[in-house]
Design a protein around this ligand. Structure first.
Ligand code: 5GP
Ligand code: ZN
Length: 120
């Protein structure tokens, strides 16, 4: 299968892996958007958030718990951090193997989109 993240899992493409277990791996993002920016991905290929099914419930919960564990290990759990799971075009998804972004180490802005306000 021609999937970048499956290739990272199969060690065909190198990545800075910071956590792994039987269900997921986490590695540093190649283009970090915060002092710490990692991606938590399932070993199982799931294309988008829309493709998650009932049997994946525990796996997706595990991805979130691994994100929290990484934040704790990195020492910014208390200050706070951002987790993001982009879906499809409007969500800004560019790699079609689900991945939970974990961003931390600095205060981040919100929201990502602002509706145009009507001016009088
Ligand atoms: P998305 O835009 O799909 O939510 O996020 C994809 C992320 O994967 C981006 O933040 C991008 O920098 C990261 N990425 C793309 N290619 C690679 C790669 O080959 N290695 C690593 N470590 N990250 C990648
Ligand atoms: Zn994949």
């Amino acid at each position: 299968m021609d999937c970048l993240f499956c290739k990272i899992i199969q060690e065909e493409i190198p990545a800075a892996i910071i956590y792994e277990d039987e269900k997921v791996i986490a590695f540093n993002d190649i283009n970090p958007q915060a002092p710490f920016h990692a991606l938590v991905i399932p070993r199982q290929h799931i294309r988008t958030l829309n493709d998650i099914t009932e049997p994946d419930r525990e796996l997706v919960g595990h991805m979130i718990m691994v994100a929290a564990k990484l934040a704790e290990q990195q020492g910014f759990a208390g200050d706070g951090y951002r987790t993001v799971l982009n879906c499809n075009e409007h969500g800004g998804q560019t790699v079609f193997h689900i991945h939970l972004h974990v961003l931390g180490g600095k205060a981040m802005g919100w929201p990502p989109y602002q509706a145009k306000l009507k001016t009088l």
